[in-house]
Design a protein around this ligand. Structure first.
Ligand SMILES: C[S@@+](CC[C@H](N)C(=O)[O-])C[C@H]1O[C@@H](n2cnc3c(N)ncnc32)[C@H](O)[C@@H]1O
Length: 256
C-alpha cells in the first residue's frame, strides 16, 4: 500500500513570503487567530524565536488537538493553543506585538466586531496581518474547465451556506482602516495549478465533502470522489498550461 503524502495546499504558498515580511522579530508576543492545525502558528513561532511567545486560538477542539501534537520548527517560541470562539468576547490573553490570521475572518458572523476586539489586545504600534481568500469568478485557464469550475462553485457555495462571507477579502483593507489601523502592505497573489504537478483539488474535495453534503450543495454520488482525481487530471491534460485557481489577499497593518 502506498503512503504518498497528499500534495501541499497551494493556497498556503503565499503565506511564508508574506508573513515573513510583516515585521515579526525575535522576542515578540504573537497571536494567531483561527489557527486550525497550527501551520501558521508554527511559522510565526519560528520568527518570534525562543525568546518570543505565541498564543494560537481556535474554536475547533479537533484542530487544536492536531496542532498540539505537531512537531515544532527549530528555535521557535513556545505555542500556547487555546480554545476560543472569536465570535464572542475574548478571554484574558494579555497584549500582543503582532496578531495574524489566515482564512478565518470570512467565517465569522461579524468580522468588524472581532477585529475591534483584537485591536483592543494589540500593543500600540502592533502589527495586524491577515491572509483571506475571495470567491472571484475563477478558475480560468487556456480553455473551458467545467469540472474545475464545478468544484470551485461547490466549495464557495458551501462556505456561503455555512454563513461565511465569501467576498470579505475585498473589504479587508477597509475593515482594518475602520478599526484605526494604518495599512502597510496590501497585495493579492494568484494560486496557480501547474500542469505536471499533482493536483491538490481531490484532497480539497475529499476534505470538504462532508460539509458540502451537510449543506446540500452536492452529493457523494455527484462528486464521485473515487474517480475525481482521474477526471481532474484528464481535464488538466486536455486544457494544458496554467490554471488560475484562487486569489489570496494579504494585508498587513499597524495599530496606531
Ligand atoms: C480554513 S481554516 C484555517 C485554519 C488556519 N488558519 C490555516 O490557515 O491553516 C478556518 C479556521 O477558522 C476557525 N474558526 C472559524 N470560526 C471561528 C470562530 N468563531 N472562532 C474561532 N475559530 C474559528 C475554524 O475552526 C478553522 O480552524
Amino acid at each position: 500500500m502506498s503512503h504518498q503524502q497528499p500534495p501541499a495546499n497551494p493556497a498556503n504558498t503565499p503565506s511564508q513570503r508574506f508573513f515573513a515580511g510583516i515585521g515579526i522579530t525575535p522576542g515578540m508576543r504573537v497571536l494567531d487567530v483561527g489557527c486550525g492545525n497550527g501551520d501558521l502558528s508554527r511559522f510565526v513561532a519560528a520568527l518570534a524565536g525562543p525568546a518570543g511567545e505565541v498564543v494560537a486560538i481556535d474554536r475547533g477542539a479537533d484542530s487544536l488537538a492536531m496542532a498540539r501534537v505537531a512537531d515544532a520548527r527549530p528555535n521557535s517560541a513556545p505555542i500556547d493553543y487555546r480554545q476560543v470562539d472569536l465570535a464572542e468576547a475574548l478571554p484574558e490573553l494579555g497584549k500582543f506585538d503582532a496578531i495574524v490570521g489566515r482564512r478565518v475572518l470570512m467565517y465569522l458572523p461579524d468580522a468588524a466586531a472581532t477585529i475591534d476586539r483584537l485591536r483592543s489586545i494589540a500593543k500600540p504600534g502592533a502589527i495586524i496581518a491577515f491572509q483571506e481568500h475571495a470567491r472571484a469568478g475563477l478558475p480560468t485557464g487556456l480553455s473551458e474547465l467545467p469540472l474545475h469550475r464545478q468544484l470551485y462553485d461547490w466549495t464557495w457555495s458551501t462556505v456561503t451556506a455555512e454563513g461565511g462571507e465569501v467576498t470579505l477579502a475585498l473589504r479587508l483593507m477597509d475593515l482594518l482602516k475602520t478599526a484605526g489601523c494604518a495599512i502597510e502592505d496590501a497585495r493579492c497573489e494568484a494560486i496557480l495549478l501547474q500542469s505536471g504537478d499533482p493536483s491538490f483539488l481531490p484532497t480539497l474535495a475529499r476534505a470538504m465533502l462532508p460539509r458540502m453534503i451537510e449543506r446540500g450543495v452536492t452529493t457523494a454520488a455527484e462528486l464521485d470522489p473515487d474517480t475525481l482525481a482521474d477526471r481532474i487530471d484528464q481535464e488538466r491534460r486536455t486544457v494544458g498550461g496554467t490554471i488560475v485557481w484562487d486569489l489570496a489577499f494579504l494585508v498587513a497593518a499597524r495599530v496606531g
